[in-house]
Write a protein that binds this ligand. Structure first.
Ligand SMILES: Nc1ncnc2c1ncn2[C@@H]1O[C@H](COP(=O)(O)OP(=O)(O)OP(=O)(O)O)[C@@H](O)[C@H]1O
Length: 471
């Protein structure tokens, strides 16, 4: 007989300082031995539900209703920047950390952590420094850490977002085995994927309320990441114009490991090129190599040439700050690129003011402000112009960094996993921002694990396999 791990009855929760409830009348049971998904669009309350289950809301607002907990709950949040504990620097130590903090003896903690890394197929990372991991590798280490002590209920907020499709299937198997041994799993998010598809039950949350009927994924505003077999691929190149960026024989070595092996490709005006490949295939490395942002342990060779108004500039000989005049970059962790107190200030500070006389400063500033207003409108950010960027969700933070890049003169935009954490509306917003950049004659290179998005929206595709590009 399955046991109830957490039983919530008629729970209402309102964050301090807010007028409307984030969760309204939630009645929900997390049951051992089963895997459940609760999906909803951004802002529907999925992350709040996770915190409610994990008992993390008590001091953050007003909570009514009853919550009975009958076991331990472990939560992995959705913010990629906050998934590692910050208390360790190596994979082996990080993956044992929760066990050690729960009082397991060192040999047992070691055994459990090793076993999980093996199940997840990342045992060779045991001695690696955490700051050298790819985004997906980091996420898997975080999963291993919280799973190792064997909680009764595992709550995962968007666990698949940085994982490649094969890795999602592998994680699904690990979670299924965890359930077979009596654990319970709750997955929340804004997209359907390989993990949510194997759940015994999928519920939908809309504006803080759990839906009783079963709506369609699209009608509730979820992005459906299932590969679309009958999609008309937009990978038909739409431009024969001269390339804006030409990359030849780009090779990146780290010690004896070759990460990128002689890549050749062009980016043309008006085109979105997607870069896909397994976790750790070298997608972020590619973007950073173009930008000149790789650390010293990486050796980079090959040529990178940008063309502007018929003038060719070799970027590979230039330092990073000089390359950024041509290349706008939005990294995997957009939060690391945000520094201003409001969204509009972030845009105003995106590029230095053009050279001007002191007496013209007012006019130049007012031009800059009107440019920022139009970019805010293009990116659908006008309504949050005066908000603090960190009060917005991860997808919107990424939009701010993309919008900041639109404020610069860059003709090429490099986007590292812009699709993660997006519901249907946020996907549409992303596509609209990219489109307006392409329509101005720019080119976009975007890494993604979303095969459906790449199939439907990219004009050209690069697949990285063993350091080489397959188009
Ligand atoms: N500073 C570093 N030292 C050693 N290895 C590194 C370093 N940075 C990255 N790597 C390794 O290089 C490989 C490529 O990493 P990269 O981040 O480019 O992968 P990715 O394709 O973007 O992966 P993901 O999809 O998980 O984000 C990975 O195996 C990663 O662990």
């Amino acid at each position: 007989m399955p046991e109830m791990t957490v039983a919530i009855t008629d729970a209402w929760f309102t964050y301090r300082g807010e007028d409307t409830a984030a969760l309204s009348g939630i009645t929900f049971d997390a049951v051992s031995g089963t895997m459940t998904a609760v999906l909803g669009p951004l802002g529907s309350g999925t992350s709040t539900l996770c915190r409610l289950l994990a008992g993390q809301l008590v001091s953050r607002g007003a909570l009514t209703g009853t919550i009975d907990r009958n076991g331990t709950v472990a939560l992995l949040g959705d913010d990629p920047e906050a998934q590692l504990s910050g208390m360790t620097s190596h994979v082996g130590d990080e993956s044992q950390l929760a066990c050690r903090l729960h009082g397991h003896d060192p040999a047992d903690a070691h055994r459990r952590a090793r076993n999980l890394l093996e199940l997840l197929g990342i045992e060779d990372l045991w001695n690696r420094r955490l700051d050298t991991l790819s985004g997906g590798q980091r996420q898997l280490v975080a999963v291993a850490r919280i799973l190792a002590p064997g909680p009764d209920l595992l709550v995962l907020d968007q666990p698949a977002q940085s994982l490649d499709p094969q890795m999602r299937v592998r994680l699904a198997t690990v979670l299924q085995e965890f359930c077979d041994r009596g654990g319970g799993v709750l997955i929340t998010g804004h997209q359907t994927d390989e993990l949510t598809r194997i759940c015994e039950e999928v519920r939908f949350l809309d504006a803080g309320r759990l839906q009783t009927a079963t709506p369609t994924v699209r009608s509730v505003g979820i992005w459906d990441s299932r590969p679309n077999d009958d999609a008309t691929l937009s990978t038909v190149p739409r431009s024969q114009a001269d390339p804006l960026l030409t990359v030849r024989d780009l090779t990146v070595d780290r010690g004896s490991s070759r990460i990128l092996d002689g890549l050749d490709f062009d980016l043309r005006p008006g085109e979105l090129t997607s870069v896909t490949g397994a976790n750790g295939a070298g997608k972020s490395t590619l973007l950073r190599a173009l930008l000149g942002l790789l650390d010293r342990s990486a050796s980079v060779t090959g040529s990178i040439t940008v063309s502007r108004l018929g003038e060719m500039t070799r970027l590979d000989t230039l330092p990073a700050h000089a390359r950024s005049a041509h290349l706008g970059w939005v990294g995997q962790d957009a939060g690391l690129q945000l520094s201003a107190a409001t969204v509009v200030r972030e845009l105003l500070h995106a590029a230095p003011l053009p050279p001007h006389r002191r007496r013209d400063r007012k006019r130049v500033r007012s031009h800059r402000l009107s440019d920022a207003d139009s970019v805010l409108a293009e990116a659908d950010l006008t309504g949050v112009a005066d908000d603090h960027p960190f009060d917005l969700d991860v997808a919107r933070r990424k939009d701010i960094v993309i919008a900041s890049a639109l404020m610069t003169e860059a003709t090429v935009l490099l986007l590292d996993e812009p699709t993660i954490g997006r519901d249907l509306a946020a996907m549409n917003q992303l596509n609209a921002i990219i489109d307006s950049f392409l329509n101005r004659g720019g080119a976009v290179l975007a890494t993604t694990h979303d095969e459906r998005w790449a199939n439907e929206f990219a004009h050209r595709r690069l697949r990285l396999i063993e350091g080489r590009a397959r188009s």
